[in-house]
Design a protein around this ligand. Structure first.
Ligand SMILES: Cc1ncc(COP(=O)(O)O)c(C=O)c1O
Length: 424
């Protein structure tokens, strides 16, 4: 069978899946790397109306190639303020736990969307034209952020009025991970449809492949520019076969249902940890996409960065790989394989429980040892235990990656494991 036929076969099946959701999805390209998908999405968006500017979310990561580092504050922020390009506009991350508008706000979705509108107005005043708004359907590197209801609809509306398109990056969250829905963006409601969707990691279950889906109109505008899309391995039959096999397994083994069942169980167990441990500030998640925000002080929501690093390194000793991410690297990030079981969930949470207990006990003991006896006897443990943790950790650097190397009584004092950030 010629390569093209394999490609069409794969394409048909993908379109079948997508058309269940919305029949206007049209174009599909199979690529080899996820960064290529987002790079192509930018090309499509820019070609569509000839606009250049991109609105991205704070702390977002969309890939490693130059065009994507430019729109990934998660990366370019590390290079200093000047690293942000003029055509890039950064909107606040719609994080209702530690962001600008929080869970006590009456309508955080509208408030965050209004900020995007203001960015657009400001850009237009300066003669700039918006090509795209890009966001992960749920921010992963940004700290397991679940956008509030209505946010994407309102942003899409504003972006469309400015002549731009909405790009949903499903590279981490797509393919049934969120359980209730096949795509993360669907959680915003049936009235929201992105203009471009990029897909990656789970599409090949480890095999490097990715995909871009867009509307006929955007695809035709791209085709009309005369610059054909060419990629040596694009649409290769091996990748198409793998992509189809992955879809079959997701369907036959009901991995989407598994994500709901095991995800709910995992979230429930983690919420019990919140009742038990003052370090657990927030547990949020959908399906098998869950975040645990560790805090030194529940009221102030001070990020417990060193504690998060300590936990992930202690878990590594039990052969459990978990990462800590978000702007302060204090959010335990759960994104397990889709075949994750209830037993796996119980096992990992039990380990976390033990580590948290040890951590809290040793912190209290150390604090007691360090305090003058007169204070020790009078001082009571506050309900959230925050002041003890805070006074021990005040010297810890939060974002420079060296937290667990410091002599703070945590894990890495005699440890040779390099303290690098665990990348996703
Ligand atoms: C949300 C998101 N988009 C895009 C990418 C880029 O994927 P790749 O590294 O395969 O190019 C990543 C990688 O981690 C990602 O997390």
């Amino acid at each position: 069978m010629p390569v093209w036929s394999y490609f069409i076969f794969g394409l048909k099946k993908f379109i079948m899946w997508l058309s269940c959701y919305n029949s206007c999805f049209h174009c599909l390209l199979i690529l080899s790397r996820r960064s290529e998908a987002n790079d192509l999405a930018l090309r499509l968006a820019r070609q569509y109306r000839g606009h250049q500017d991109v609105i991205t979310l704070d702390h977002a990561y969309h890939g490693h190639v130059t065009s994507l580092i430019d729109i990934s504050p998660y990366k370019f922020n590390q290079l200093g303020k000047e690293a942000k390009k003029e055509f890039v506009h950064v909107a606040p991350s719609p994080d209702i736990y530690r962001g600008k508008y929080r869970d006590d706000h009456p309508d955080p979705g509208s408030a965050y969307a209004d900020d995007v509108k203001k960015i657009i107005e400001e850009a237009q005043k300066n003669g700039r034209k918006i090509a795209a708004f890009i966001a992960e359907s749920m921010q992963s590197c940004g700290g397991q952020v679940i956008p509030p209801a209505g946010y994407f609809q309102k942003v899409a509306d504003a972006v469309h009025k400015a002549g731009g398109v909405f790009i949903a990056d499903e590279v981490q969250v797509g393919f049934g991970r969120v359980g209730k829905k096949f795509w993360g963006f669907q959680l915003q409601g049936e009235d929201f449809v992105p203009d471009i969707v990029t897909m990656g990691k789970p599409i090949g279950n480890g095999h490097p492949m990715s995909c871009v889906v867009t509307t006929r109109e955007i695809a035709e505008a791209f085709g009309a520019c005369g610059l054909e899309y060419f990629n040596t391995f694009g649409g290769n039959p091996v990748s198409c076969a793998i992509g189809l096999a992955v879809l079959d397994v997701i369907e036959k083994e009901d991995l989407q249902g598994n994500a709901t069942r095991v995800g709910n169980y995992l979230t429930g167990l983690l919420k019990e940890q919140k009742e038990k441990h003052p370090l657990v500030g927030d547990v949020r998640g959908v399906g098998l996409f869950v975040g645990v925000d560790l805090v030194k002080d529940r009221q102030k929501r001070t990020p417990a960065t060193a504690e998060a690093q300590h936990i992930i390194y202690k878990l590594k000793e039990q052969r459990i790989l978990l990462s800590a991410d978000g702007p302060y690297r204090n959010i335990l990030k759960f994104k397990p394989p889709m075949c994750f079981t209830m037993e796996d969930a119980k096992f990992v949470v039990d380990q976390i429980d033990e580590i948290l207990t040890d951590l809290e006990d040793s912190t209290i003991n150390r604090t007691r040892d360090e305090l003058p006896t007169s204070i020790q006897s009078k001082r009571k443990m506050p309900p959230d235990g925050s002041s003890q943790l805070e006074c021990i950790n005040e010297s810890i650097s939060h974002i420079n990656g060296s937290a667990c190397r410091q002599k703070n009584g945590f894990y890495a004092e005699n440890n040779t494991v390099p303290c690098k950030r665990i990348r996703t």
